[in-house]
Design a protein around this ligand. Structure first.
Ligand SMILES: O=C(CO)COP(=O)(O)O
Length: 250
């Protein structure tokens, strides 16, 4: 299929100014051979976005936001617009992360509106979906992620402006991961749904796996069919760990 995998780091609410130096260490390990095989991205907190984007210029490392408002501007205290992320040097934004869905009550309709804002601003939308432990134990995983996908996908999506991230909620920050067979089942299902929803474009949309990805399990997870990269939380904060994950593609 010739699709270039994406390894993206989500720093969540971590990182003060001193963390900017990690981008230099990441850049030092992101050599031409690796850059030829994968895209690498860091999504810092909004306070660091512009500084990190400036520091990443010329390294080949892309920078993204972690959330955006659906509107382009206006009276929305504390929020940031997709246009502001683009203005700060970002090229992508995560929307619908499970922590946004649970901490802020974001519904599929809200996530879809945010993803459409991302496209409006010229950003790539990284749309996150994933089941809870209770939903998995009830055998409802495919039903849940299928519903989230259909409800969250932005109008106007294509392989160049959409990335889907499958992040089982119970695997985030827990050290637990689904088996490769379980990941294959979900990613294969999502691929089929993407083709059904987007036509041929759906076969080229990257589907990332996220949830307790680390250097020791990255190769196994990234080898699963229809896994086109990773969305990494804790292990993206330190260059050595993040590059250790990227090394799954060497
Ligand atoms: O939520 C995640 C990335 O968005 C995954 O977080 P961890 O890698 O810390 O489990």
């Amino acid at each position: 299929m010739g699709m270039k995998p994406l390894v993206a780091g989500n720093w969540k609410m971590n990182g003060l100014t001193a963390a900017l130096a990690e981008i230099d260490r990441m850049a030092a390990g992101f050599d031409a051979a690796l850059a030829g095989r994968i895209d690498l991205m860091v999504c810092p907190p909004a306070t660091l976005l512009a500084a990190l984007a400036a520091r990443a210029t010329g390294t080949g490392i892309a920078v993204g936001g972690q959330d955006c408002h659906a509107a382009a501007s206006g009276a929305h205290t504390g929020d940031i617009a997709a246009e502001m992320i683009a203005d700060a040097g970002g090229t992508a934004v995560i929307v619908g992360h499970s922590e946004r869905r649970s901490d802020h009550g974001e519904t599929d309709a809200v996530v879809k509106a945010k993803a459409e804002a991302a496209l409006r601003a010229g950003l790539t939308a990284i749309v996150c979906i994933g089941e809870t432990r209770a939903e998995r134990e009830a055998g409802r995983t495919l039903e849940v992620v299928g519903g989230q996908l259909a409800g969250s996908l932005p109008d106007g999506a294509h392989a160049g402006n959409l990335v889907v991230a499958y992040e089982p909620v119970w695997a985030i920050g827990t050290g637990l991961t689904p088996t490769p067979a379980d990941v294959a089942e979900v990613h294969g299902f999502l691929r089929g749904r993407l083709v059904a929803l987007l036509g041929a474009e759906g076969s080229n949309v990257r589907i990332l796996y996220g949830g307790s990805v680390k250097p020791s399990n990255a190769a196994e997870l990234m080898a699963v069919p229809d896994v086109n990269g990773a969305l990494v939380g804790g292990a993206s904060l330190k260059a050595a760990d993040f590059l250790g994950i990227a090394a799954a593609y060497r």
